[in-house]
Design a protein around this ligand. Structure first.
Ligand SMILES: Cc1cc2nc3c(=O)[nH]c(=O)nc-3n(C[C@H](O)[C@H](O)[C@H](O)COP(=O)(O)OP(=O)(O)OC[C@H]3O[C@@H](n4cnc5c(N)ncnc54)[C@H](O)[C@@H]3O)c2cc1C
Length: 337
């Protein structure tokens, strides 16, 4: 059984969880950070990476992706241990510490927990197809970490947003064939990408089936052979396929919260707005998931909550130990992680 030890577990690597790493570092605590997604950044990275945010203090405008990059840079001196692509499942008390079970079967052992799970654990929206699980990770994918994997392959791409259109254009250069399936005739992607896709359709490098919906998969074991596509008013289409890339966006899963015994309800986890302590001693909640009267679900609110929770976590871990408050200007940051 693999167990990682740290002072604090931060559950959720959204903007608020990332700033919590810095805030914890400033009070002398190290952090292990868990996120269901394979990349840090929460909603900013998953839902609006290219959109400008206008209400981050001192940044008149900054995109979601740039904010995440800046927060990662700010946290780096404290060498956070990232555990991405896995969910925190349970939190058990263990001799005055906490043990957190992750969805990959590994464990964390920590002295305090900061829950920064925002709107819930993100995961890809999956098409409702029989036998899908057998192909996932081998022939069916929800992201493209290694594009070269699709060189010379017959690829079907499902979806009508930026990711679907971008990857269709990109993979058209290296794949044996690219078929794009979308339930509507129009795409919600950047104009330039839609235009590039239209050019590649004319050149015969991309085939678009729209409107169309995925109806079934054919294959053996984990190897896909073909995708069946439903077209309104036409017969079922069978497209030979080595790989299916699905870009249907993200779904949020909040089911884990109820098992954590932190009193979570429809509006979030109730906290004491002085310390962000939950009803379970040693477990704090910050960011969109934390609830108290007058709560504003804004990134800047979450940043302030992270700083206060870090101080409270230090107090919890080192009770009675005097802590001399210093500004970051005098405290500085470690020069090397
Ligand atoms: C389109 C859009 C525009 C926005 N514009 C603004 C704006 O201009 N200004 C502003 O202040 N706010 C804006 N927001 C809101 C802002 O994005 C949120 O307030 C912010 O992302 C909350 O940060 P967070 O870190 O609390 O949670 P999130 O960003 O939601 O991150 C939570 C992370 O926790 C992970 N997680 C959840 N459960 C688990 C689990 N069990 N195990 C592991 N990981 C888990 C999730 O995968 C996720 O990555 C906008 C939101 C949207 C959707």
């Amino acid at each position: 059984m693999s167990i990682t030890e740290a002072d604090v577990a931060v559950i959720g690597a959204g903007p608020v969880g990332l700033f919590a790493v810095f805030a914890l570092g400033q009070v002398g605590l190290n952090a292990v950070v868990v996120d269901a997604l394979s990349e840090a950044g929460g909603q900013c990275a998953a839902l609006f990476p290219e959109k400008p945010i206008y209400d981050i203090p001192s940044r008149p405008d900054i995109t979601g992706a740039a904010l995440v990059e800046a927060l990662l840079t700010q946290a780096r001196p404290y060498a956070p241990d990232f555990r991405l692509g896995r969910r925190a499942v349970s939190i058990s008390d263990m001799d005055g510490a906490f043990e957190i079970a992750l969805s990959d079967g590994s464990w964390l052992r920590v002295k305090a927990v900061v829950i920064a799970t925002g709107g819930g654990a993100f995961g890809p929206s999956r098409p409702p197809l029989a036998g899908l699980d057998a192909f996932e990770g081998q022939s069916v994918f929800y992201s493209v970490p290694v594009p070269a994997r699709f060189t010379g392959k017959h690829v079907t791409i499902a979806g009508g947003g930026d990711s679907a259109a971008d990857w269709a254009v990109h993979l058209a250069e290296i794949a044996a064939s690219v078929t794009v399936v979308h339930r509507r005739p129009t795409f919600r992607a950047a104009d330039a990408t839609v235009a590039a896709m239209a050019r590649l359709v004319e050149e015969g490098k991309i085939r678009v089936v729209a409107p169309g919906t995925l109806a079934g998969l054919e294959g053996e074991g984990t190897t896909l052979h073909a995708v069946r596509i439903d077209r309104p008013g036409s017969e079922l289409l069978r497209v030979p396929a080595d790989a299916l890339l699905c870009f249907y966006g993200f779904a949020k899963d909040v089911s884990a919260l109820s098992a954590w015994e932190v009193g979570a309800h429809r509006e979030g986890i109730p906290v004491d707005p002085r310390t962000y302590a939950t009803q379970r001693t040693g477990i704090f909640a910050i960011g969109d998931i934390a609830h108290y009267p007058g709560k504003l679900k804004l990134i800047l609110t979450g940043f302030a909550e992270a700083a206060a929770a870090a101080h409270a976590a230090r107090q919890h871990i080192l009770p009675g130990r005097n802590f001399h408050f210093e500004h970051s200007t005098s405290k500085g940051v470690p020069s090397k992680p």
